[in-house]
Design a protein around this ligand. Structure first.
Ligand code: PLP
Length: 414
């Protein structure tokens, strides 16, 4: 006899709770660029990825509203079925121009971009090699592809080299392969450090492998006019697949892949999350296009400057609260907008986040499965929208919350 459904779920939920991994949704009644209102409390947020505050920028809002009236609230069908709206093409042309690629393709989310793209490019008999800290969507996508999945130690190119050598010794398959795809991130979402991209590009070229670079946390933030890490290092032309999200620094919603015309044509024909899904809402595409246009103006430059200032000031506050030796993570080239404070124990991280919330700031505790077990942490993110007063609130909250905090925490240097 199968166990009753509800009883099975109840037992599994108990196990989640027992491990200190319980998650629940906290309704937010109102938000501004840096402040959330929840349960009648006003909290300064260091939790969002709206790094430039663009989700509330007047030009971005106006573009979204205009698109609703021009195109409707929804896109009505998948783009291959009912025609492909100009608003999506405008976004893709702007993205390709911004990144200096031949073409780009929009997806409903960054997650969908990954799960559509990797299985379109590789399959059984091929090899996907991911950095141990890549985002869950790239791991899911690699599994979905049916390719052999190998993991290299975080940012460890010797380990990657070892796996690439192994892959080149594999016997050829039907498609003349194996094809070998390396996946990494420009700025790691939970650690805030960046990848040694120049060396990695040399290595994958040496082995004839392909590289997919997820720029979710660098698009809009790093590089000339916010074009990302690949652009900053002048390596765009040597990276086969560039991925990003429109939902973080660009303040909208959606994901994208940028690269050659052939890559984009293949995705239109093979990426299942693109083909079998309703096109992103017109408002999101228009908002992202407006955000990209802002990137190239004085306003964009100013927002990136303010983000840098807020990140540096935030790091000083964190390092005053946790004056351990600073940092194992190298955030070389990063503007330090993601700052982890390592706690280790899951329950301790949650307790610290709770105390911070009671003291008026929202800093999320990040636990397994977002990070490894026993690697729980607070993850602070900074925004151009953070004011000096917001950072004073953070300092005050740390002072209150840390009175009862065990001292063995360490903050990574920005
Ligand atoms: C957020 C994120 C994604 C997914 O993007 P969404 O648009 O939120 O689905 C992919 N990769 C990384 C590194 C991310 O942080």
């Amino acid at each position: 006899m199968p166990e009753p459904f509800e009883e099975t779920l109840r037992q599994r939920l108990e196990a989640v709770r027992a491990q200190g991994l319980w998650r629940s949704l906290r309704p937010v009644d109102q938000r501004s660029a840096s402040v959330l209102e929840t349960g009648g409390h006003r909290l300064v947020s260091f939790a969002g990825n709206d790094y430039l505050g663009l989700s509330l920028h007047p030009a971005v809002l106006e573009a979204a509203v205009r698109a609703v009236y021009d195109w409707g609230a929804g896109s009505a069908a998948s783009r291959l079925i009912s025609g492909s709206l100009a608003v999506h093409h405008q976004l893709e042309e702007t993205l390709a121009e911004f990144l200096g690629t031949e073409a780009a393709l929009g997806f409903s989310t960054g997650h969908a971009a990954a799960t559509g793209t990797i299985p379109a490019l590789v399959g059984p008999g091929d090899v996907v090699i991911v950095d141990r800290l890549v985002h869950a969507c790239c791991v899911d996508a690699a599994r979905l592809s049916g390719a052999k999945l190998r993991v290299f130690r975080h940012n460890d190119l010797d380990d990657l080299d070892r796996i690439l050598r192994w892959a080149s010794g594999l016997s050829r398959n039907d498609s003349g392969g194996p094809r070998v795809l390396v996946v990494t991130e420009s700025v790691f979402s939970m650690d805030g450090d960046s990848t040694p991209l120049a060396e990695l590009v040399e290595l994958k070229d040496h082995h004839g492998a392909w590289l997919m670079l997820d720029e979710a946390h660098s698009t809009g933030v790093m590089g000339p006019e916010g074009r990302g890490l690949a652009a900053q290092l002048g390596l765009g032309g040597r990276i086969e697949i560039r991925m990003g999200t429109l939902g973080k620094a660009l303040g909208a919603s959606g994901g994208f892949i940028a690269g050659s015309r052939a890559l984009i044509d293949l995705l239109v024909n093979r990426a299942r999350s693109f083909i079998f899904s309703t096109a992103p809402v017109p408002a999101a595409a228009a908002a992202a296009t407006a955000a990209l246009e802002l990137m190239m103006t004085q306003d964009g430059e100013l927002a990136r400057h303010q983000l840098r200032l807020a990140s540096a000031a935030g790091a000083r506050v964190v390092h005053r609260a946790f004056p351990e030796p600073l940092g194992s993570a190298s955030s070389e080239g990063s503007v330090g907008h993601i700052l982890p404070v390592r706690v280790g124990d899951e329950a301790a991280a949650v307790a610290l986040a709770d105390r911070l919330r009671a003291a008026g700031v929202w800093v999320p505790a990040i636990r397994y499965p977002s990070v490894a077990r026993g690697a729980a942490r607070l993850r602070l993110t900074f925004s151009a929208a953070h004011t000096a007063v917001d950072l004073d609130c953070l300092e005050e909250a740390f002072n209150q919350a840390c009175i009862q905090t065990p001292p063995n925490l360490s903050a990574d240097a920005a």
